[in-house]
Ligand binder design. Sequence first.
Ligand SMILES: Cc1ncc(COP(=O)(O)O)c(C=O)c1O
Length: 422
Amino acid sequence: MNIDTSRDYACKLDEADELSGYREKFFNADPAMIYMDGNSLGKLPLRTVDRVEQIVKEEWGTQLIRSWGINWYQAPIAVGEKIAQLVGAAPGQVAVSDSTTINLYKLAMSALMLRPERKKIITDTLNFPSDLYMLQGCSHVLGGKHQIQMLEPADGLRINTQVVLDAIDEDTALVTLSHVVFKSGYMYDAKTITEYAHQKGALVLWDLSHAVGAVPVELDAWGADFAAGCTYKYLNGGPGAPAFLYVRRDLQDQALSPIWGWFGERAPFSFELDYQPAQGIQRFLCGTPPVISVLAMEQGVDLILEVGMDRLRKKSILLTSYMIDLFDAILAPMGFTLGTPREVEQRGSHVSIRHPDGYRINRALIEEMNVIPDFREPDNIRLGLTPMYTSFVDVWESINRIQRVVTEKRHLRFPETRQAVT
Ligand SMILES: Cc1ncc(COP(=O)(O)O)c(C=O)c1O
């Protein structure tokens, strides 16, 4: 292969990068650090620092309870409308609330209640475990009559679309998958799967946690029924920032949340004793939103909207392709294997590389090389490429520092025993 593996070439790619200026819009305490985990926790936008100070001092400190009537009460819907623009949803279908897991639960239960006579739930073993636990919880609550079918990847990385289609039949109530899967970064053909599920009368719930802000998402065009996703990854919303959910407009009158709380009620401040669901997406809210987090997260969303998904996707493809080229040239000969699909249309914005000693290599990278990726069992080092702030030199440095760790046997100094957070 004729790839230029020099650092100079990476510098040239950075010079040609029209998004390079966005790197300066993020807090950067250590310019020498190579941050490769924006797919897990996005960096802190500088504007968020100022906004949080303003929320705390002015909206909470000065305005106190009056802020609810100014901008707080509307925030879950208002910020949801901004996220809607990133997931191809017309207004009135997206709200911010709770965690992704809770939203998935609300939506999966809602779907299962809409298909009471059907018993099958289709998902896969590539899905995030919390999604699978959530489904098991739904089945438990509904009396254990559902069968959860977890499709298995033949190559450990991906499941062909046809395999998913073949699993869907007239007894399928719900198909639920991650659009971009958390370990390999494989991206499903969401439109084909959604359309086929509908032909069979099933509903579809997409987990967009690794997709939103990373790849183009077109919920309305796919015909998706439900979706939810994290905001603390590519949206740079902050640790534990509340998640979002989507319910297709024409399902909203029939679909009910399984958690009936006052923020999802028709008139919360009339304090009626009997629950009447609000019209529209608001019925999927439940309790008081974490206002500071919602408004802090909004800043990250604004930045993504400013850049636009087309430009982000274009750069993301350049970054992941460049990383795979360097991987092939430098790491593959050292016993690493690629844990991410090579086909551009099948991958999101992170690259997983696999090595039997992946855990210890990951630790050496963090503790000795100032590179921060993360590790996912059994052997995946995940390298998140966040087009807004990852540079081509970051990619070059990551691959070369990984090479150094192994050549200098630095990883052997670390124990196999896993730390609590990997
Ligand atoms: C794909 C996916 N789904 C769901 C979750 C769970 O999100 P939360 O912890 O906000 O419920 C995560 C968390 O990383 C995730 O990556």
